[in-house]
Write a protein that binds this ligand. Sequence first.
Ligand code: DON
Length: 331
Amino acid sequence: MVQGAANWNTEITEDWLQNYVDDWVSFYRKQTSEGEVASYIPILKEANQDHLGITILGNNGMTINSGDVDVPFTIQSISKVLSFIVGCMERGVSYMLDRVDVEPTGEAFNSIMHLEMRQLKKPFNPFINAGAITVCSILDGKTSDEKLEPLFELLEKMLGYRPALNVDVYESERDSSMRNRAIGYYLLETGYLESDLNITLETYFKQCSIEVTVEDLAKIGMILANDGEDPNSRDELIPRQVARLAKALMLTCGMYDASGKFAAYVGVPAKSGVSGGIIAVSPPRVREEELPFIDGCGIGVFGPALDDKGNSIAGIKLLRHIAKQWDLSIF
Ligand code: DON
């Protein structure tokens, strides 16, 4: 019997699970000292390296909040999942997949080299910067605010409030964006962009600067776990086909060039961002034994100290531990 799972005469209660998660968060918080906060965007250096927080929202209504759950952070690359979803909802899946592929790269998210070396007909996937910038160019709208309005509307439906843009992060990101501009110019030269370059980049910097909490990520994760349906209202917020495609991409490309290891050792669709956020999706699973969150759950994690691949160092370890203890893997 795994630690933290029920047996014949142990009922799985919220309090019981909460105690386990509190212990695990305290344990892994010590390992934040082994990572480093992102520094290539100046303002991200101000994050507190020791922070670690997690929210788990179950389909059965169970909620676990542990650690630094009240600290807001910018969504960063996790936004790439949402803009891809919005692009699919606006233009249709086949239009999007004609313009961005669904293959992992094995390279850093902001690599320029592979774009040229592999003579791509389209960016490898929507979660590397080249793919995400291409997606921003496809979104409907003449200005960055028009392009992002449907994404904000979708977030509002999912979260029950409209999240804000962190203007300081946006400006810091914009003012230190040499590499993303280089990628943008490359995409422009090769004919991938469908909108003006500056408006496209502004859209990308703004979507990365949306401020969220771990609870927000868990809510989005829970909707994805339900193939796009809000389990409370039963409204379909994301078409099923699009939600499933997004999850497939999260599993294969969501954790940068550590996506293979994450799939092998954690085994759930996930996406990380450089501010230390991770969204993870545990769909309903079928097992003979009773397990925590067997009906599915969404998980949000925040831990700004990153490993050498750019993923939250303690966040990954915490998720790996929980997935093992509660048998969350989809495989
Ligand atoms: O492009 C950047 O540098 C950031 N705004 C987003 C980076 C991020 O979270 C990692 N991308 N996969």
